[in-house]
Design a protein. Structure first.
Length: 188
């Protein structure tokens, strides 16, 4: 059994240098925390290499269900679900690392309303994020970044829903360049 400190719904990614990197939720000294962990032996062992915190003033955002992607330049971009009591405040928060996951910028709110995120780098080096929205209009959505996550393009609805019971999308790019996304939604 292989033990990691943090948990995340989408698991680790493989970096360009071959390491596996995971960011996940854990508890440190009785308080929720987000840690970055790496493995240099294909997941046989893991070590915590960094920690991610919210921007001052947003400590009660409760960052959770993170996902990450490595950009063409090697920057690692992470997005997080938040758990404010008021659902309308639950936007994705974003952080990045320029040193392989050891240090991270404080996670700050984006304009993206939905959760949890799944990130991927497309064949043309743009970034794609897919996420579910549990506030109206309900559904699965996507945005693209052409500048390594510095800005995110217009929101695209992938699938509308009649219910807020939905989410957890994940995407992959097929050989023909199309994007295949899976998610769950409650049928009528």
């Amino acid at each position: 059994k292989i033990r990691v400190e943090g948990t995340a719904p989408h698991g680790p990614i493989q970096l360009q240098d071959g390491r596996l990197l995971l960011i996940g939720n854990t508890v440190i000294d009785g308080k929720p925390a987000v840690v970055a962990e790496e493995s240099g032996d294909d997941g046989e062992s893991w070590s915590v290499v960094g920690r991610i915190q919210a921007t001052p003033g947003h400590e009660n955002a409760h960052l959770c269900e993170p996902h990450l992607v490595e950009t063409a330049s090697g920057r690692i971009v992470a997005l997080f679900r938040t758990e404010y009591p008021d659902r309308i405040r639950r936007v994705l928060f974003q952080s990045h690392s320029d040193d392989g996951g050891k240090s991270w910028t404080p996670a700050q709110p984006t304009a993206i309303r939905g959760f949890p995120p799944h990130l991927m780098r497309l064949a043309d080096d743009r970034l794609l994020v897919v996420y579910g929205r549990r506030t109206e209009p309900f559904g699965e959505f996507a945005r693209v970044s052409r500048d390594e996550g510095n800005t995110w393009g217009e929101e695209m609805m992938l699938s509308p829903s009649h219910s807020s019971d939905l989410g957890y999308p994940a995407s992959t790019q097929l050989a023909d360049g199309s994007i295949y996304t899976v998610f769950y939604q409650i049928a009528r």
